[in-house]
Ligand binder design. Structure first.
Ligand SMILES: C[S@@+](CC[C@H](N)C(=O)[O-])C[C@H]1O[C@@H](n2cnc3c(N)ncnc32)[C@H](O)[C@@H]1O
Length: 326
């Protein structure tokens, strides 16, 4: 069985795909049956599966793929859960689940027995995922809703991103880094098609240059390395959210924002939307800020001196350019 088929089969089993609280999924997994025929086909292929899951390198690749799929699932349900520092925990949960699945296959003498053991393993696995998601939820009493329908994470066309940020290809200094580029990385591919050296990072892209699977909080941006950094509806969107609900997280975002600015070459720029006025007003004079309201794309530019009040910032959804003077 090739790695892709193995991953697909385990994904059906171990990565949730319904917008139901994980706790409810965990309970129904241990009570109800698995997807039709799953235990049957796992049982049929048990020899190959045991061999594949026993291979450390194969198992590590499967763990990576399942972890990424789960984060994608969560991002699709609620993009603001701060998964950043929890990848090792997530990976170990999926690793544990593979060990349990392997144990269940090895122990079972029939498809019926395997169905029972897999349900038990799946229930325990979903309960562990539920516990992790709850620990990340800023309001524990709302944890059951945390994977509800809002607020989801969308991806946008390259043209729309360039138009919101008012970017012309000729203005972009290379190399370009798209922070939170999205799984489709549409902007990175678009810029490269025009011959620009562009790279992208995202929690849920495969590690495949010019894309890198990385957390924007811990990524090594470097110093004076990027001509242009772009973050459309990504890093600053989360910064705004954390600024409202967690002082500790907001502080980490502020430090990362400054690391991004330090990574600009002289003459380079950081372009993003939405705006983060609460930090922009404190930037040193070496940075020149241009802000344009997104709702009125043809509107006049404002300068850093004309700050929105805290009460009105949400009305002023802006595209911002922070230019590092030469
Ligand atoms: C709303 S999407 C925007 C994607 C793209 N910039 C666009 O405009 O189409 C936000 C992206 O941020 C990514 N993301 C969220 N938290 C992240 C983190 N800590 N590190 C890297 N990427 C993250 C998500 O995986 C998602 O792809």
């Amino acid at each position: 069985m090739d790695n892709a088929r193995l991953t697909a089969m385990l994904e059906t089993l171990l990565v949730p795909s319904a917008g139901v609280p994980l706790s409810a999924l965990a309970q129904s997994a241990s009570r109800a049956g698995l997807p039709r025929d799953l235990a049957g086909s796992v049982f049929e292929q048990r020899g190959i599966l045991l061999e594949a899951l026993g291979d450390e390198a194969d198992a590590a690749r499967v763990v990576d793929a399942l972890t990424r799929r789960f984060v994608e699932y969560v991002q699709g349900k609620n993009q603001f859960l701060p998964f950043s520092s929890d990848w090792p925990t997530l990976r170990s949960i999926f690793h544990g689940a593979l060990v349990d699945v392997r144990g269940a296959i090895a122990e079972s003498a029939s498809a019926t027995e395997l169905d029972r053991l897999l349900r038990r393993a799946l229930g325990a696995h979903l309960a562990r995922l539920d516990e992790l998601v709850r620990s990340l939820c800023p309001e524990p009493d709302r944890a059951d809703d945390v994977l509800g329908a809002e607020p989801t994470s969308d991806e946008y066309s390259a043209e729309l991103q360039l138009s919101v940020l008012r970017l012309e290809l000729l203005d972009l200094m290379e190399p370009v880094l798209d922070v939170g580029c999205g799984t489709g990385a549409s902007l990175v591919h678009y810029l490269r098609a025009y011959g620009l050296e562009a790279h992208g990072i995202d929690l849920v892209v495969p590690n495949d240059p010019p894309l890198a699977q990385a957390d924007w909080m811990t990524y090594a941006y470097g110093v004076s390395r990027w001509g242009t950094v772009i973050a459309h509806m990504s890093f600053t969107n989360h910064f705004v959210f954390q600024d409202q609900c967690s002082e500790e997280q907001a502080e980490k975002y502020a430090l990362t924002y400054m690391r991004i600015l330090r990574s600009l070459k002289p003459g380079g720029a950081f372009h993003y939307a939405p705006a983060v006025p609460f930090i922009e007003r404190h930037l040193p004079g070496e940075f020149l800020i241009t802000r344009r309201p997104v709702a009125a794309l043809s509107g006049p530019e404002t300068t850093a001196g004309e700050q929105p009040s805290e009460e009105r910032w949400h009305e002023l959804v802006c595209a911002v350019r922070v230019h590092k003077r030469r």
